[in-house]
Design a binder for this molecule. Structure first.
Ligand SMILES: C[S@@+](CC[C@H](N)C(=O)[O-])C[C@H]1O[C@@H](n2cnc3c(N)ncnc32)[C@H](O)[C@@H]1O
Length: 302
């Protein structure tokens, strides 16, 4: 069991992966919002002349450790994605699946692109990840969901294990009887799940980090222990952490040094990881950091 973390443009990395060797792909490409996604990390120290006042009038000073950002405006987003998705299709095993995470502004364009590469019949589900956090527009229904498209390489042969999916409580347990209520039900294609909570242990400070709970569910259902899971828009490495927890191998790719630095800390205790084009050791550092700003997907729609 092991993982490979590659610092590279993902098209180059994908071209080096053997055809048919990957069991599951999850990707969360930067949404083409045209905004610069930013996150500032601070460390807080007690200081008698500090600018922040806390409990019992104690004063603190905040030091800005750095701002991480990535430019997610691409001139032609779909033409950027197309060759990468073609490679994704090539590297998937015949029983393999792709989960493609996107926001509602681009989902319909991406669906057509995915249909053209995988085939309309290979489309299995549109999963709606619904969360409830951040501001609320008074001019429209507040947008509080992302879309995850699920495609199979071969709709007749793809691996899917409903027994491995963690069951969830019924909405109205009184209507189904005690035994069923105790067992819970299988989730549908609408997944209610909180975003990564601010100040939780899970939070890395990387913008757009996705919850481990979402990745655990995907990996448990669509791969087996010992399989290989690929995420070539890896960010903070959430897919790799969930894969390692569930006994899967993983390959992560990102071309942003900030992502690799976050992963260096996040994977510090995890054995058997090969790093390609990057030395994690100087970046292991302390993890006592706080995150200031919420991710852009939690901001109110203007
Ligand atoms: C939305 S974030 C992924 C967040 C991730 N799911 C997580 O939980 O942290 C998208 C990532 O894609 C990376 N990226 C964008 N273009 C890339 C490229 N051409 N090659 C590799 N990585 C790329 C960005 O650096 C960014 O980290």
């Amino acid at each position: 069991m092991g993982g490979t973390i590659i610092y590279s443009d993902n098209l180059d990395a994908l071209r080096s992966i053997e055809t048919g060797s990957i069991d599951l792909i999850y990707i969360d490409p930067p949404f083409n919002t045209g905004k610069l996604q930013k996150r500032t990390t601070i460390k807080v120290h007690a200081a008698h002349d500090g600018e922040r006042v806390g409990f019992g009038d104690r004063r603190y000073r905040a030091t800005v450790l750095g701002t991480r950002a990535f430019q997610d405006a691409f001139d032609d987003y779909l033409e950027f994605l197309r060759p990468r998705l073609e490679e994704a299709y090539r590297v998937l095993a015949p029983h393999g699946s792709l989960y493609f995470h996107i926001d509602y502004r681009w989902a319909h364009y991406c669906k057509i692109l995915l249909d053209s590469i995988f085939g309309v019949d290979a489309f299995i589900n549109e999963i709606i990840w619904a969360y409830d956090f951040g501001g609320r527009s008074k001019r429209r229904w507040p947008a509080k969901h992302d879309t995850i498209f699920f495609y199979a390489k071969d709709p007749e042969r793809y691996y899917f294990n409903d027994e491995a999916i963690e069951r969830i409580p019924y909405m109205a347990p009184g209507l189904v009887g005690a035994e069923k209520a105790a067992r819970g039900k299988l989730p549908t294609d609408v997944w209610w799940h909180t975003i990564v909570p601010t100040n939780s242990k899970e939070k890395t400070g990387y913008p757009t980090q996705k919850p481990l709970g979402i990745l655990r569910r995907i990996i448990a259902a669509s791969s087996k222990p010992g399989d290989t899971v690929l995420d070539f828009f890896a960010g903070s490495g959430t897919t790799g952490i969930a894969a390692a927890e569930l006994g899967r191998n993983f390959i992560l790719v990102d071309n942003n040094q900030d992502a690799l630095i976050v992963m260096a800390r996040r994977f510090a205790g995890i054995p058997e990881i090969s790093w390609v084009n990057f030395d994690p050791e100087p970046h292991r550092g302390s993890s006592s950091q706080q995150v200031l700003f919420e991710p852009s997907y939690a901001q109110p729609i203007k």
